[in-house]
Design a binder for this molecule. Structure first.
Ligand code: GLN
Length: 603
């Protein structure tokens, strides 16, 4: 097993996670099998109890692990399935050491950060790295480890010490350290400044870690003399200094790394030249370039709670993007704070109220994502009602599905107090009720979490068709409440179809409104399994319906849509993109050159 450690310096928020995922993708494109580990030096044992407002979304894995959103980047870029053990936190490590101490495993010794915590970290890394994640048996060739935080943080010290020991243990040739840093450009003189990177590399070295590559974030490509200077002061070969300058979309990052031959530098450090091939990023390049060229808009109103921080809904945004690119539409997401749609806001803040309704009314499709707690619930209900009555495509995810059910019960069945017992425990008409699978007392223990099988009840529905007429699908869950099975009959009479259920038939997984262009709710979170080039079925349905193209999508089947190179000279009648050859660029006369289109099936 070869290890690539990615650390960060100077400031946080440099896109270390995307860089690490891109490095993984580049290595994968060279024929290697790649896995990854994210280290989060916080004390929480997992991300399950962390506010998405502070920390970004909680990403959910197949095994039910609630983890840092960076694991989502790894899964999407590398098309792998990680486990909860691929996310290490200080809390997990200390818990395992304290558990061992209580069992008497340390035989009366004083239990200390060094060596007990540092040993536990190294054991965990080795164990997690061995787990197969790409569907093939046996371990990967390379494990990319991302250390969260910035070099010098107090809480990352035990990890730094452990990784220093680890690099020594696995030996030169098996360990490559890539330090992601910032090269700011001072406006006045426009000069690229190397001092912050020099300091952060010095800090890294003083902690016993030696960088092999520098990945420098900057607005523009680094000048040659800046690279030479960095090489001299940081003791990193000139060809191992990569610039990650600003690009139109993050799919370009692996291409930047490839163009600057980062893979060759890594292979030299890890002695992998003999087994690695030249990177094959053809399809990836097509998609990155296509995404820049799209111009026909599709507007999706996202009616949620944490609208201030787009990371709170990162996977939903990515899933919308995957679906839009696959259908050659430029995605615009209009963020609407659900409470701004409520009557109370009309009085307190009429401008916000007007603006929110204007956005909702201008949207081609409405998405109500998952959520917890009652803030904004009424606003979400109003959004669902608006979409239902005005025949606007609607996708409700988890809470968004529950909202659709509550809205229908209130508006069509006339049950004015219909509600989820999460928001009104005393309601006489509980259409959504607590249906836990796990413990009722422990935080994070009461949820139905991770992959569960969902069985279609009929093939004659939009969702089954979108999923390619499969009889069942495995999707990821994270919720406590579900549609009350006692009320299903009445809801069906009101026009709702329960088109997919769990194996027991008691848990409703997908609802669809009959006689509506696209009105679908899913109890699960399809966004977590969407991938670039493999958009999630229900998101494809939403985008297609929002563009008036659902029928043609249903005819083709939405799964396995790939962007593939088209023969030179082909003209795409739908987008008027003229396909020639070579790199896609925007021609000066406003037409678009490129060789890419989207086809059904595998390339
Ligand atoms: N709060 C709801 C529940 O627990 C929905 C959860 C979600 O949307 N993830 O069931």
């Amino acid at each position: 097993m070869k290890y690539v450690l990615v650390t960060g310096g100077v400031v946080s928020g440099l896109g270390k996670g995307v860089t690490a995922s891109s490095i993984g993708l580049l290595l994968k494109a060279c024929g290697l099998r790649v896995t990854s580990i994210k280290i989060d030096p916080y004390l929480n044992t997992d991300a399950g109890t962390m506010s998405p407002f502070e920390h970004g979304e909680v990403f959910v894995l197949d095994d039910g692990g609630e983890v840092d959103l960076d694991l989502g980047n790894y899964e999407r870029f590398l098309d792998i399935k990680l486990t909860r053990d691929n996310n290490i936190t200080t809390g997990k490590i200390y818990q395992s050491v304290i558990d061992r101490e209580r069992k008497g495993d340390y035989l009366g010794k004083t239990v200390q950060v060094v060596p007990h915590i540092t040993d536990a970290i190294q054991e965990w890394i080795e164990r997690a790295a061995q787990m197969p994640v790409d569907g093939k048996p046996g371990p990967a060739d390379v494990c990319v480890i991302e250390l969260g935080g910035t070099i010098g943080d107090i809480e990352s010290m035990p990890f730094i010490e452990a990784l220093g020991q680890f690099s020594y243990r696995v030996g030169a040739g098996n360990f490559c350290l890539i330090h992601v840093s910032l090269v700011p450009v001072l406006n006045v003189v426009g000069e690229q400044k190397t001092k912050p990177t020099q300091h952060s590399v010095r800090g890294l070295r003083s902690l016993g870690l030696i960088p092999h590559l520098l990945a420098c974030r900057s607005t523009t490509a680094l000048d040659e003399n800046v690279k030479v200077k960095l090489s001299q002061f940081c003791h990193v070969p000139r060809e191992n200094i990569i610039t990650l300058y600003d690009v139109p979309n993050i799919w370009h990052i692996p291409l930047l790394l490839r163009d600057q031959k980062a893979h060759e530098a890594i292979f030299k450090v890890l002695n992998l030249q003999s087994i690695a091939t030249e990177p094959d990023l053809e399809e990836w390049t097509s998609r990155a370039e296509l995404a820049d060229l799209l111009h026909e808009p599709v507007r999706i109103a996202m009616v949620g709670k944490y609208t201030g921080l787009s990371d709170s809904y990162l996977s939903v945004l990515k899933a919308l993007l995957h679906a839009s690119v696959a259908q050659r539409k430029k995605l615009f997401v209009d963020w609407i704070a659900a409470c701004d749609l409520e009557d109370a806001t009309a009085k307190e803040n009429p401008d916000a109220y007007k603006a929110a309704w204007k956005l909702l009314k201008g949207a081609d499709g409405v998405l109500v994502p998952g959520g917890f707690g009652d803030r904004g619930v009424q606003g979400k209900i109003l959004a669902a009602k608006y979409a239902r009555e005005n025949r606007i495509p609607y996708l409700g995810i988890c809470l968004g599905m529950q909202i659709a059910v509550i809205e229908l019960a209130r508006s069509i069945l006339g049950l004015k107090d219909a509600n989820s017992t999460e928001f009104d425990p005393q309601t006489k008409n509980p259409c959504v009720i607590f249906m836990p699978e796990g413990s009722k007392t422990h935080m994070g223990g009461t949820m139905r979490l991770g992959s569960r099988r969902t069985f279609f009840q009929t093939m004659d529905c939009k969702s089954a068709k979108l999923y390619g007429n499969k009889t069942f699908v495995d999707e990821r869950h994270r919720h406590r409440y579900e549609v009350n099975p006692e009320m299903v009959g009445r809801l069906e009479k009101a026009g709702l179809s329960f088109t997919a259920k769990d194996i027991s038939g008691r848990r409703m997984e997908i609802v669809e409104l009959r006689n509506h262009p696209y009105y679908i709710g899913a109890q699960f979170h399809p966004e977590f399994k969407s991938r670039p080039g493999k958009p999630s079925a229900l998101f494809s349905g939403l985008i297609a319906a929002a563009c008036g193209q659902l029928d043609s999508l249903l005819l083709q089947g939405s799964e396995n849509k790939r962007i593939i190179p088209m023969a030179a000279g082909t003209i795409d009648t739908q987008t008027a993109i003229i396909y020639q050859n070579g790199t896609a660029t925007k021609a000066s006369n406003g037409t678009l050159d490129g060789i890419y289109s989207i086809c059904n099936g595998v390339h």
